[in-house]
Design a protein around this ligand. Structure first.
Ligand code: ZN
Length: 411
């Protein structure tokens, strides 16, 4: 094959092959390239401005896509340039975007593979170390993020994810309209959310935020009040039902300890059943619960209250929501369900934010879905001690929707 033919096959704009070597035993192909005679545009890798003065030339080996069964290496002849701003620097080459020994399209192939498979699998496929694959993927996602326009933030979601004993909480800010996570912060203090407003948004962008979906968590409310005073705080269904689930669980535990012997046996192991919603249970599981309810009226009552609370968001008008909540609280009377009474007090205290749902329609279930996606990512890979990587990965998932988890619709 002539150099000219190799130049065509390689297809690096502005570069020509001047030497090639095939090793049949090792199944490797090596191509030496330098700039074509007409290609005089030199760009400083430090600042990106055009430069003229060449100090010296040098060579770099980069791995490119394989040619059939041959692993391909390209040896590029590069110029060291003298930039008026940065001094002596390497030139910037389109096909070789980072200092790592891989071509741009090779990194793209690895990054794309990472979208559908775990890092370990991709490492195997390309014969790379897992840490190298992560670094390539991070650069690939970084280039993607840099080149895109981000939609305006009008409805924001703030949620926290529990990462475990060591790292505790991660605060997640989401664009509810696009379902895309925007920012991660360590812990869940007021300062955490303050940092988002301070570092990520201009005052104009902050003023565009109309509503925020949050948990009934005082530090977040304080931060919102300070930075986006005109934004409506909506306490969303997902978080309130989480609290209802917790109250259900507390009731179950209290009953377990109150009852002795046989009474305990029937409650034992029913935790997940009691937290599930009735419509999602099969016939056998419904029967199990009915057996429990026949013997323990308090657990039954708590379960019914938990189930009926979710219907609050079926109402579109403030007055109707209000009436439904009042009758829900009325049912608590004489029941001696301490955890549920505590929940009711919490709801009354945050009433305005709950009713705000009728004033500003924010999409329900988005916070939950984004939350689920991030947890799935965390379960799948272990390389996310780098929060920026986790964020880019979650954003890419949300935009391409390759793995967006479909959540069952609340009944
Ligand atoms: Zn420069």
């Amino acid at each position: 094959m002539t150099d000219n033919e190799w130049t065509k096959i390689l297809g690096w704009p502005g570069y020509r092959v001047y030497r090639s070597e095939i090793n049949e035993a090792n199944k490797t192909l090596c191509l030496w390239v330098r700039r074509k005679r007409g290609n005089r545009k030199l760009v400083c890798s430090g600042c990106g401005r055009r430069v003229r003065e060449i100090v010296e030339t040098y060579e770099r080996e980069v791995r490119d896509l394989p040619c059939f069964e041959y692993r391909t290496t390209v040896v590029i002849e590069l110029c060291r340039v003298c930039c008026p701003d940065c001094g002596i620097k390497g030139e910037k080459v389109e096909q070789w975007p980072s200092k790592a020994p891989f071509s741009k399209r090779f990194e793209e192939a690895v990054g794309q593979a990472c979208e559908n498979a775990a890092g370990r699998r991709v490492a195997q496929q390309f014969g790379l170390a897992a840490s190298t694959v992560r670094a390539i993927d991070l650069r690939y996602l970084g280039r993607w993020a840099k080149g895109r326009r981000k939609p305006a933030l009008r409805h924001m979601g703030v949620d926290e994810i529990y990462l475990g004993k060591k790292h505790k909480f991660l605060t997640v800010v989401t664009n509810l309209e696009t379902g895309e996570p925007l920012w991660f912060g360590r812990e869940r203090k007021k300062e955490t959310l303050d940092e988002f407003f301070r570092t990520q948004l201009s005052s104009f962008q902050r003023s565009a935020i109309q509503a925020a979906c949050v948990d009934m968590w005082e530090p977040f409310r304080q931060s919102l009040e300070q930075w986006v005073p005109n934004c409506r705080i909506v306490y969303d269904k997902f978080h309130i039902l989480q609290h209802a689930g917790a109250a259900m669980d507390e009731t179950r535990r209290a009953e377990f300890f109150r009852k002795g012997g046989a009474g305990r046996e029937i409650i034992r192991g029913k935790r997940w059943l009691l937290l599930s919603s009735w419509v999602h249970l099969n016939r056998q599981k419904k029967r199990q619960l009915n057996e429990l309810f026949a013997l323990n009226r308090r657990v039954l009552k708590a379960y019914l209250l938990k189930e009926s609370l979710s219907r609050l968001w079926d109402y579109t008008y403030e007055g109707a929501m209000m009436r439904y909540l009042e009758s829900w609280i009325d049912q608590l009377r004489w029941q001696r369900l301490k955890p549920m009474e505590k929940l009711a007090r919490m709801l009354v205290k945050h009433l305005d934010g709950i009713l705000n749902y009728s004033r500003t329609k924010v999409p329900l279930g988005v916070v939950e879905a984004v939350n689920g996606n991030i947890k799935a990512l965390l379960r799948r890979g272990r390389g996310y001690s780098n929060l920026n990587y986790l964020l880019l990965k979650a954003q890419r998932l949300a935009v391409t929707k390759t793995q967006f988890l479909v959540f069952r619709k609340a009944a």
